[in-house]
Design a protein around this ligand. Structure first.
Ligand code: ATP
Length: 513
């Protein structure tokens, strides 16, 4: 087992052990790629959603939020192109009977070459020491340049064959690269087929009159069909945005990466409506703004990168992903797409209704262009959670497991611990808790020795522990312990609220954007 697999396994088991994520319907052996958020997970997820909503909606006076339905008129999905083109290329291994996404097999092959590049860079960095210039090395070292060329050739060939629906060539590429089933090593592959990812269902009681529906595979279309309603009732002027968060459903072919790829998941999307011709500037603007949002959480600048798309979706004239370094490598976390006027035009055509914007200043009507930012809430959860989980060596040769969640996102902000279960200490601890709970999510814990309780809260991601001891009875002070530094200071009970607020208040975090 590699280090990466090991770290990922720890993430999954920690998420379960500490009440973050459970497998759905676990007592019936679960449902593949469907998960439930438990008591801590639901809080963390809500905090991430709030952090996004505040940054995107509340902080922009030209962006409003909606909450549209999961069910939509089925023609929506004809118009959007999902009925005809929301497919993934699927390939089966004849020996193992395992199913894969053909494009992902090829991308993973390229990721392995990237791993080789990283090794060359590390080696060279050691050899050259302080004099090492990474940029120069990458662009001149023949071996590294060769690796990059290889990746580029492979990915552009794949993009071309997928674009032209030449699935035989996708298979040929897999064979030429001698890509084997990662689980068994077998290279006995079937043909590549297209597979539609939408879930179908039925609306209506009787079989004859029932209407075929889809569970929405993205939240974006709920925004497009409401575009004119919102623009008119909100008296919105271009440029403006409509945002929403909500469930989406995809019958994913491969679902083996915990909450990274789920069949039921939640998206946080924003469609920004702009004047045609300004899409390049707005694309750059939203790339930068969204990256700043990510970096504001302090999860390590080196863990993010942009990945511009080679293969553009049928609706886009530019697209990039913000990738994050998950335990299994750099993968897409958020997509930023310049969607042109494709969606609004399609809905105009299929509905027969005009979906144009009338510009009072220039007295002209036009179909706006759209810039989209689309991030998976669950994937963001995984990014935050996996990045936070660390095993730390301590001075006394022991280790501690600590979940270093950004304090603004932590489910529980402070735990209040009476040193002993007597002498009136629990009563004071309860009083402190009753006072703080108006402002923060707080917990009370009196079981076990205080050291063990600290460890428990560390593993739970709680930024502060507040200990009530016998001195508290005399002088109304308590010990406050910081999760990350383990530093302990003595403070007055009356100062606790401000102290905690300083660290967890969304305002101060959002100001970093
Ligand atoms: P991928 O290439 O990983 O399948 P995608 O490019 O199809 O993703 P989009 O359609 O751009 O994804 O969706 C926007 C965001 O929604 C993604 O960046 C991701 O964070 C999230 N997302 C998409 N599919 C899933 C899924 N099955 N489970 C969890 N999150 C998802």
């Amino acid at each position: 087992m590699t280090n990466q697999d090991d770290q990922f396994k720890k993430v999954v088991s920690h998420a379960k052990e500490y009440g973050y994520v459970f497998q759905s319907s676990e007592i019936y052996d679960g449902l593949s790629a469907v998960y439930d958020y438990a008591q801590n997970g639901a809080e963390l997820k809500k905090n991430i959603r709030d952090y996004w909503w505040k940054a995107v909606v509340q902080m922009h006076d030209n962006i409003v939020g909606i909450d549209s339905s999961i069910f939509m008129h089925p023609t929506t999905w004809k118009a959007s192109g999902h009925v005809d083109a929301f497919n993934d290329p699927l390939i089966d291994n004849k020996d193992s009977k395992k199913r894969y996404r053909a494009d992902v097999l090829i991308e993973d092959y390229c990721a392995k070459i990237e791993g080789k590049i990283d090794k060359e860079v590390d080696k060279a960095a050691k050899r050259f020491g302080d004099a090492f210039n990474k940029e120069e090395f990458i662009s001149t070292n023949p071996r590294v340049v060769g690796y990059y060329d290889k990746i580029k050739t492979i990915l552009s060939r794949m993009a071309k064959s997928l674009e032209s629906e030449d699935l035989a060539d996708v298979k040929a590429l897999i064979e030429e690269l001698e890509i084997a089933d990662p689980l068994t090593g077998s290279r006995n592959w079937t043909e590549v087929k297209q597979f539609n990812l939408m879930f179908g269902t039925k609306l209506g009681a009787s079989a004859e009159s029932a209407m075929d529906l889809y569970l929405r595979p993205e939240t974006a279309q709920g925004i497009f069909v409401n575009f004119l309603n919102v623009q008119k009732t909100g008296r919105m002027k271009i440029p403006f945005g409509i945002a929403q968060t909500g469930k989406a459903f995809r019958n994913e072919i491969v679902a083996r990466q915990f909450i990274f790829r789920m069949r039921e998941f939640e998206q946080m999307e924003m469609q920004f409506f702009i004047k045609p011709g300004t899409q390049k500037e707005w694309f750059e603007h939203w790339k930068e703004t969204r990256m700043k949002w990510h970096l504001s959480l302090g999860m390590g600048d080196e863990n993010y990168r942009f990945h511009d798309h080679e293969k553009l979706a049928h609706y886009a004239d530019a697209a990039t992903d913000i990738e994050f370094k998950f335990p299994f490598g750099f993968k897409e976390l958020e997509g930023i797409h310049s969607r042109t006027d494709f969606d609004l035009k399609q809905h105009e055509e299929f509905s027969g209704k005009k979906l144009q914007y009338f510009d009072h200043e220039t007295n002209e009507s036009y179909t706006p262009y759209v810039l989209e930012t689309s991030i998976g809430l669950d994937r963001m959860f995984l990014a935050v959670f996996s990045n936070a989980l660390v095993e730390e060596e301590l001075d006394n040769n022991t280790t501690r497991t600590v979940l270093k969640l950004p304090a603004v996102l932590a489910p529980v902000k402070a735990a209040i611990l009476p040193l002993v279960k007597k002498d009136g200490l629990p009563e004071i601890a309860r009083q402190i808790m009753d006072d703080l709970k108006w402002d923060f999510n707080v917990a009370y814990d009196e079981k076990d020795a205080v050291g063990r309780r600290y460890r428990r809260q560390d593993a739970n991601g709680t930024p502060f522990c507040i200990t009530v001891d016998h001195d508290t009875l005399e002088d109304q002070t308590v010990t406050i312990r910081h999760r990350d530094t383990m530093e302990q200071t003595r403070v007055k009970i009356e100062d606790l609220r401000d102290l905690i607020k300083k660290e967890v208040d969304m305002k101060s975090w959002l100001k970093k954007i």
